[in-house]
Design a protein around this ligand. Sequence first.
Ligand SMILES: [Cu+2]
Length: 429
Amino acid sequence: MVNRRHFILGSAAGLVAGALPAQAFAAGNRHETTHTPLTAPGQTDQGYRPVITPNGRTLGYRLRDGVKEFHLIAEEIEHAFGDGTTIKAWGYNGSTPGPTLEAVEGDRVRIYVTNRLKEPTSVHWHGLILPNGMDGVAGLTQPSIPPGKTFVYEFPLVQHGTHMYHPHADEMVQMAMGMMGMFIIHPREPEANPVDRDYAIMLHNWAIHPGTYRPDPSIMQDFDLWTMNSKVFPFIDSLVAQTGERVRIRMGNLSMWNHPMHVHGVKFWVTGGDGGRWPQAQWRTEATEIVGVGQARDIEFIAKPGDWAFHCHMAHHTMNAMGHDIPNTLGVNQNEVEQRIQALVPGYMAMGEHGMGEHQTHVDAGHMPGPENTLAMMMGKGQFGNMEMGGMFTVIKVRDQLDGDPGWYQHPAGTVAHEADRVPNDLPK
Ligand SMILES: [Cu+2]
């Protein structure tokens, strides 16, 4: 098996035997921008403001005799985590995560599920209160949906909150392949302190061994890609808002790790999750909130101008194509080793001596070779240089006026950290 660790530090013999195509990383440092709408969606005639699913969409429905009818199609898809890694994944209606389902407390929904996979599936409506036979657990509450067949689920929505859907048949494999989605139920009564922007993000992890094209469902811990809505930085859409707006970010986690999600520049309130929006007395002020495996969490804050980082605080979860058991070479001069391997594999680069930021420098210069179909570990360029990030990281762009691409934040004069003109020598040390 070829993986990045072998590529970076494996023996030269192993590299040659692996017959790796030594392609330069083409992906790179695209000027990050956003595809999320600059104008928040207006209220629907049911009185709620729809969520925005960055890099995704809400599934349409048809109203038939007062019932909202949806159609999910489970199928194999081609999925790109960003420019430079395309895989065969499984998803719904052409994407992973599947489209967001959105409805209102009190609605009755009828959801058709067509199975275009080559194995049986089912859909569990995670966190929903419903009749037992609609719970989607293959074998326990229903027969599984055979390949080629369509099942129908129907139930009233008796709650509101941030929920999810995912298979409950060969679950380990089907979730590892990307089958999941958000299911947002808006409250029937308008919320006090209504939000101006409402984002929905599914957190997931993937075992895509560098140079391969299909997730490895057997992996329990050593995942190499960490995603928001199945994208990695810098390919995750920025979230945008206008100064002073109330922003909610709803996060669901169907990965195999907990994610301490951190927003820079604000104290946010943790305001709800699967249980809907909590009474205000239960809100907590935080800067980082763990979204546990199988949990949903909502955070809200008042937008403050700037380009604010929003990311998982597990440092390995903001890297791409990461090998986790890499020997520590910090402080080790590897010139000789690197040169010896370069004699056999032109362009080979050892892990950094002074840190891994050295890698991004090589990527910028177009020098760093890697396994095919594999993103660089660290990517993204900001207005001041390399960001050296990947994975579960994006930017919240807040502007006084949003008209056109927000670009990079224009800092007021004198408000950017800079080299000191003079270093005082009389400060306590
Ligand atoms: Cu994380």
